[in-house]
Design a protein. Sequence first.
Length: 397
Amino acid sequence: MLAKHDRKKSKNSRHPAPSRHQAGMALLAAMITVLVVTVLASSALWLQSKQFEVESALRQRNQALWLLTGALDWSRVILREDARSSSTDTLVEPWAVPLQEAKLSSFIRAQSNASGQTASENAQDEDLTAQVFLSGQITDVQSKLNFYNLFLTANSAAGNSNPVNASPSNTSNTSNTSSAFNLGATNTNSAPPATSPQSTTLSFIRLFQVLQLPVSELETVNAQLKTLAQSQNANPTTNNVSASLGTQATTSLMPQRFEQLSWLGLSESSIRQLLPHATWVPFASAVNLNTASAEVLYASLTGIDFSDAQRLVKARESKPWQNMDQFKQVLSAQNKSIALNESNQQLSSRLFEVKGQLRMGTTTLVEKSLLLRDNSTVQIIWRDRGAALRFLDGTAP
């Protein structure tokens, strides 16, 4: 009996029962394995989700760019048709009416109604464009004083008989950043005559005074422009802006946008106040009396008070001027006799700025373009979009 018990005990010692510690380790290893698999699966899902969001955002941005390009072409058509129908440019013409934010589907619906298509044929288009919103505005650049005229004045004073104007030949550049202009002689058949140096300087002085801006900043800008003119006359290769970027010149760079006048000494606050009344475009430009503000009229028409300029704007609202004789009659009615110079004042415009905004889902894209209208041809001088824009009026790009 004792021998049988010993044999059973010996058999059990060769096959011991698993302990609780070993069972716990196996359970822990299984839980770690599940955790690793879960983390890897979550990471893969997260990466795939982020890649989908990036691709979706890029696709929306490309679609928005195409739509904004179409809107810009639409603006060019409006300006071209306006040039065919009238010889003057006023604020009561179709191009001057801003486009408030509206669904793109409303434009497609209007087009389909005009072409006779049924609603079922455009149901898919309306579904795709129901969440796309478009807004924009065309602004007459020649309703403002052009700081570039000051540069032409300084360039002429520096002894250069061939004023430096931006050539419109480089109109194919539609990059997101500032375009590099080849500065050369403009087509003399389409370019306005050079402005009078004395009247140009006096106009800016009067504008700074009526806006209560420090004239010392204007003097600083004028001095910088004279230095730039002298530098370009001494080294003709710097007439090309892209070449000047690669030089080690100690002078300021030639601005390409209005806000870049801060390089020449204008403060940020002054630029904001000047934004509705002044600009910088690389063309000699006269002021359009039909679209200029009261401040610009006062600045460009020496011999009148600011109250006279306000009365001119009020009279213009009911009946825009179609020729200079009508404008002179209004001045005579106000007992004002002013010598007008067509190189400084006109009733038509060639330069326009187009600003468009397109909102598609989570994507909002803003674009600003400068257009040059020469008879029935409307050319794109430059286009800025997205991060390249700095809206000094406080609106977000």
